[in-house]
Every structure is written in structure tokens, then in C-alpha cells.
Design a protein around this ligand. Structure first.
Ligand code: 25A
Ligand code: L14
Length: 337
């Protein structure tokens, strides 16, 4: 569908958002072959400028003919916008890489993490979905283990930073912290309760089954990306007062027994992963060190002594990079390779 070229006309939709800005920066850093970059956002951002390669690119508002001549569009303007505009872009002959939850579970749309299921890109019909941030960093680690020992069950608890919700949530954490230290009243606009100095067991909306949408994304998207519906997954997703970087406590049960050292060896040779695990020297991944990095970090690798074939791990990645912008740009790189 995408014609091979020297350089491509690329668009970022939602370019003023926390993820959109990261997308523009990642395209520049990785020297994606771009002939012309166009950036889109809502009316309130019209006239703003986005910096790319030392040039100011004006923010445009989407119109029915906006995508004409555009080869690849990276979307990060939320599910409602993707629902409306991705089909418009596809009709114009553009390939869409969508960061929202809108198309992820659609059977006609591949859901891709390049380290895990790169070949799924091939069967796209115009839209390729970028998975949920917490799911991406988990499957990067699960895949090489699954290939060796077959994972039967996953129990995951996440510790997710506020940047997943966007810049307005980062502003709220900073404002609440400042207000508390100045003995002022705390205002809550983005989250239902104070997030500063607190922990909320709630990400995205609650569903009929008592789980949140974020938790069910981890269950369903993991199976689709790994191409294996037999893996049982259960998740609890939690918001913590961290600006950037999601952490996860992951317990797995495998068909074949693996020692902690075998897991370390498997992961050390796997793409996109850094094993950071020297407990007696206090070496383990933490979000403030992983923020700004491309790899998924794994530490605290231990055998689960309560079952036959169990492993516990601590997984940390930058949610705006591997969890969103970087994964989308990696998909685009595969698409043109
Ligand atoms: O994740 P978000 O924040 O909800 O944003 C998602 C993206 O989708 C776009 C939206 O554009 C944003 O880029 N979008 C929404 N509707 C769209 C439509 N119909 C659409 N795109 C196309 N068609 P936007 O124009 O709505 O965003 C303009 C700015 O407003 C902030 N914002 C968005 N929704 C908000 C909101 N603020 C309050 N309440 C809401 N409901 C949005 O915030 C955007 O900038 P932000 O997170 O992008 O940044 C807030 C301020 O911080 C600066 N900033 C952000 N990242 C960086 C930064 N500055 C320096 N470095 C950074 N890395 C921004 O410039 C802004 O001043
Ligand atoms: O990609 O952290 O579906 O509030 C939606 C919720 C991203 C994270 C997605 C959050 C998520 C976001």
C-alpha cells in the first residue's frame, strides 16, 4: 500500500500533546527519512509552532482533505479523534499508526510491538495500532521467555506515572505538591482524588466486571500481540505520583521450569531489554533513571517459591517513549524497510 520512496511526507496528529511532542522529537532523533513534516492539533492550538530540526512548523487544524499527499500519519489525539479521522486518512491513501485504544482490538488492525510481532505489520489495511503503554513494556519481556518456556499465566500490578494522562496531569501533580507544601487547599481536576503523596488503584474507566479499562487492555492486548489466546493474564493498574516512567511487578507461571539465572540469560540476549539486577548493590530499575531511555529495564528477577514454575520480575520503561512515541516510530521504520 505504501510506495517505497527516498523520503516520506509524514504527519503527527495531536502534535501538541505530551505523546505528540515526543513523536516529533523521536522522528528527528532517529533521522526518519522525512521530506515534509506536518503537525495537527485542535483549534485551540492553531497558530502554535512545533520545533522540528531547528525549524518552526505551524500547527494545522484537521480538514477532510488534510491527508492528501501524506504517506504516514502518527495519531495521538485520543480515541474519539482516531475513530473519526483515521478512516479519512486511509481513504486518502495514508498509512495510520494509531496510539489510541480505538482500533487495537479490531480484527482487521494489527497491534504491533516490533520486538514481539513485527510480521503483523504486513497484513495492515491502512491502520496499524500502537498498544497500551503498560502492555508494551510487559510483552517486550514476556516474549523471549514465552519462546523458551511457554507462559501459562501472568499476574501484574502496575505503578503508572501521570504523564500517561498527558501534560495536564503532570501540571496537576506539580501544582498539588506545591500547594500542599504551602499549606494551601488541593484542587483535583484530572483525577478523582489527590495524586500528590497518594496512590490511586484506578486508571481509565471502570467496567461492569469491576476491572478498569486499563486492566482489561493488559489482558486482551497481551494475547493479541503474543498471538496466543491461551495465556491467562490478570492485572491491577495503579496510578502513583511519578512524572514519567511506568513500573510493573510481574509474576509469571511457565510450563517449563526456569531458574532466575536462566531468565537473566534469556533477557540479556533479547532485543530492547536491559537487565539491571544486582540486588546486593541496590541495582534495580527505577522510573527517575529510566525516564528518557529507549530500552525496557528488568530487575528483581526471583524464583517464586510458592509455586513449581514461577518467576517474579520488576519491569520499568519510559511510557512516553517505548510506551508510545518510540514504539510508533519503530513501527514506521519497519513499514518503510
Ligand atoms: O493528551 P492530551 O493533553 O489530551 O492531548 C492530546 C492531543 O490531541 C490533540 C490535542 O491538541 C493534543 O495535542 N487534539 C485534541 N482534539 C483534537 C482535534 N479535534 C486534537 N488534534 C486534532 N484534532 P489540543 O490542541 O487540544 O491541545 C492543545 C494543548 O491543550 C492541552 N490540552 C489538551 N486537552 C486538554 C488540554 N489542557 C487541558 N485540558 C484538556 N482537556 C494540551 O496539553 C495541548 O498542549 P499538553 O499535554 O499538550 O500540554 C499542555 C502545555 O504544555 C506544553 N507542553 C506539552 N508538552 C511539552 C510542553 N512544553 C514543553 N515541552 C513539552 N514536552 C504545551 O505547549 C502546552 O502549553
Ligand atoms: O493507551 O495513563 O489506552 O491515563 C489510556 C490511559 C494510556 C495511558 C491507553 C493514562 C492509555 C492513559
Amino acid at each position: 500500500m505504501l510506495k517505497k520512496k527516498e523520503k516520506y511526507i509524514v504527519a503527527v496528529v495531536g502534535a501538541t500533546g505530551a505523546v505528540g511532542r515526543e513523536m516529533v522529537q523521536t522522528l528527528e532523533e532517529r533521522e526518519f527519512p522525512i521530506e515534509k513534516l506536518r503537525v495537527f492539533a485542535s483549534e485551540r492550538s492553531e497558530g502554535k509552532k512545533i520545533e522540528y530540526k531547528d525549524k518552526d512548523i505551524p500547527v494545522e487544524v484537521l480538514k477532510d482533505d488534510s491527508f492528501e499527499g501524506i504517506d504516514i500519519a502518527l495519531f495521538s489525539a485520543g480515541a474519539e479523534r482516531s475513530k473519526i479521522w483515521a478512516p479519512v486518512a486511509v481513504k486518502s491513501g495514508c498509512v495510520v499508526i494509531d496510539n489510541s485504544s480505538q482500533w487495537r482490538m479490531d480484527p482487521d488492525v494489527p497491534l504491533v510491538v516490533p520486538e514481539v510481532n513485527p510480521d503483523d505489520i504486513k497484513w495492515h489495511k491502512g491502520i496499524i495500532a500502537n498498544p497500551n503503554c503498560s502492555t508494551i513494556q510487559m510483552v517486550v519481556v514476556l516474549k523471549p521467555i514465552h519462546d523458551v518456556a511457554k507462559i501459562r499465566r501472568v499476574v501484574v500490578t502496575t505503578f503508572q506515572s501521570v504523564s500517561g494522562t498527558g501534560q495536564k496531569a503532570m501540571d496537576e501533580l506539580l501544582q498539588q505538591t506545591t500547594d500542599i507544601l504551602n499549606f494551601k487547599n488541593v484542587k483535583c481536576n484530572v483525577y478523582p482524588y489527590q495524586i500528590a503523596f497518594n496512590v490511586l488503584p484506578h486508571i481509565d474507566k471502570f467496567l461492569e466486571n469491576g476491572y478498569t479499562k486499563e486492566e482489561m487492555k493488559m489482558v486482551n492486548e497481551t494475547k493479541k500481540i503474543m498471538g496466543d489466546n491461551s495465556i491467562r493474564v490478570t492485572a491491577t493498574t495503579v496510578r502513583v505520583p511519578v512524572f514519567r516512567g511506568h513500573s510493573e511487578s510481574v509474576n509469571i507461571e511457565t510450563e517449563r521450569k526456569l531458574t532466575a539465572n536462566e531468565v537473566r540469560a534469556i533477557l540479556s540476549g533479547a532485543p530492547g531489554i536491559i537487565v539491571f539486577d544486582v540486588p546486593h548493590k541496590n541495582v534495580y530499575p527505577i522510573p527517575i533513571n529510566v525516564a528518557g531511555r529507549d530500552e525496557t529495564y528488568v530487575g528483581r528477577i526471583r524464583e517464586d517459591e510458592s509455586i513449581e514454575n514461577g518467576i517474579n520480575m520488576w519491569i520499568v520503561a519510559d511510557n512516553l517513549r517505548k510506551g508510545a512515541a518510540l514504539n510508533a516510530v519503530q513501527i514506521a521504520e519497519r513499514l518503510i524497510s
